[in-house]
Ligand binder design. Structure first.
Ligand code: HEC
Length: 107
């Protein structure tokens, strides 16, 4: 019983997650900016006016946005996999969707 409950919760999360991926284009840019400023700005330049990355290894978001081939799908994959030097940051599906919408809005 317990196991099937856990499995159901997991399956539901996975479903919600793919719904979030599908709904990505509808991301809330304003909320994404808040998430970026609250979490990502510890290392990344998150806005065009900001001068230097606090962590010189972290690519500025405006440069990421300008990189060819950077789509919401590519960013979703990047944020869902672990990085060598970037700590794994667990975002809620809506936070991830919105921060991606925000990064892409910097194009
Ligand atoms: C503690 C520092 C730190 C924080 C906080 C951080 N990053 Fe990073 N990030 C890095 C570093 C360093 C890199 C480059 C090296 C790497 O990819 O491991 C990076 C790379 C990236 C990349 C490049 C893609 C890739 O696969 O390498 C993306 C996209 C990214 N970060 C998004 C984010 C977002 C969105 C947030 C906020 C939710 C965030 N980062 C928070 C340090 C950080």
């Amino acid at each position: 019983m317990r196991i099937s409950l856990i499995f159901t919760a997991f399956a539901t999360t996975a479903l919600l997650d793919s719904a979030a991926i599908l709904a990505q284009d509808a991301g809330n840019v304003g909320h994404g900016r808040e998430v970026a400023q609250a979490i990502c700005s510890a290392c990344h330049v998150v806005a065009k006016g900001q001068l230097a990355s606090p962590n010189s290894e972290a690519p500025p978001f405006p440069s990421l946005a300008a990189t060819a081939g950077i789509t919401s799908i590519a960013l979703t994959a990047a944020l869902a996999t672990s990085h060598r030097r970037m700590p794994n940051i667990t975002l809620q599906p809506d936070e991830r969707r919105d921060v991606i919408a925000y990064i892409l809005s910097l194009k």
